[in-house]
Design a protein around this ligand. Sequence first.
Ligand SMILES: C=C(O[C@H]1C=CC=C(C(=O)O)[C@@H]1O)C(=O)O
Length: 423
Amino acid sequence: MQPDSSINIISSTQRITDRRPDSVDLWETAHTLGFPAALWRLPNQRDKHLIVSFEKVLPRVAADLDELPAGFLISPFDNLNTDTQSPDQTLFLRADLQAIFSAENQADVKAVSGEMTDRFWQAWHSLPKPQPEQPSNSEMLTVLSDAGAEALYVRNVAEAVEAMQRGEFRKVVLSRTKQVQFANVPNAVTLFDKLCQAYPTAFVSAVSIPEKGQIWISATPERLVSIDADGIFRTASLAGTQSAFEPDGTPKRPPEAMWSQKEIEEQALVNRYIIECFKKIRLREYVEEGPKTIIAGNLMHLSTFFTVDTQAVRYPQLGTVMLRLLHPTAAVCGTPRDVAFRFINRHETHDRELYSGFLGPVNIDTTTEGAASNLFVHIRCMKLEGRLATLYAGAGLTEDSVPEREWQETEMKCQTLLSVISK
Ligand SMILES: C=C(O[C@H]1C=CC=C(C(=O)O)[C@@H]1O)C(=O)O
């Protein structure tokens, strides 16, 4: 595809200056100007991507993959398509400036020509010169104690179990938060880079939302909806959790993992939820693979993979339609969905905000083959507000759940980020 003449591109042969911007430069420039930015790395890929939106207050849009221009979506959990009161709650970062960084952190940048782009480059030129390496964050992170948190969580799980034993619903995912304080405001790009290195199979991202004063950072293992350049649709069900390590620290072998009946049932419910969504649109031509044990950082899960060739089934809008039907899946909400959603709202005392929503690039050229959209469930994430980080973790409950074990599971999930950002 030929680049548009109104887009200026810095390529390896065409530099606008003697210094080429790296991801920290572009992130910091966006931050200085109050522009939203998203930085991400797709699972099993090396290139990192960054977009900057020149809209300081992000538009709330319908998550329509067929209509939206290139950009990045990030949706709250509390964003049900049946909620007619506030139907469009997904935040959209339009790709006004777009950069791809190769493994050497060399940028190829493209941006639409105009006043805002000029302002951006001026601000970049005025950035203070790169500082020597900052000290690492180790020993500079304090976990803030929340005395009643465990007791409250355990009580809520016990109530959920009783409700499920009475037959009120089959599954619910209850979450909690854990707060940590950095001694100094951490560099989001450094945290992002550490996560990329630690978790090559995760979707790793950092999203800066200046209007909220928040940066969300995550390393999620859960794909929600992808449509690649050839029109291949992908989704997956993910549930069931155990440590990826033996008590002596040796890594477990995924094919030999043992799963309890509770975990098999918990994942089967997510699977059934996805199949029900296909049934609603009478789509039978999906390929289902699994369940298989997968590694997600320090943890293992059960996952089933679904693919559909949207060209073969002549359903080009499948991604958009399934996104509307799937979110929030039974991996973060429960079944039946609306009953579980109400239980969560009645029992969780924190606002989930963007945790357990979805996020990812839409209509972005990720390869030479054309534009693709890749949306993930926003788990294994934290919200950064200055020096304060709030980590979020949930556990899928069934009538067989043991409350204290579920609390332990959320602790392990918090460790996915904590063990990396504290190094
Ligand atoms: C809700 C979360 O994880 C979900 C995804 C995989 C396994 C899960 C579980 O075993 O409970 C959860 O359903 C989370 O990490 O906050």
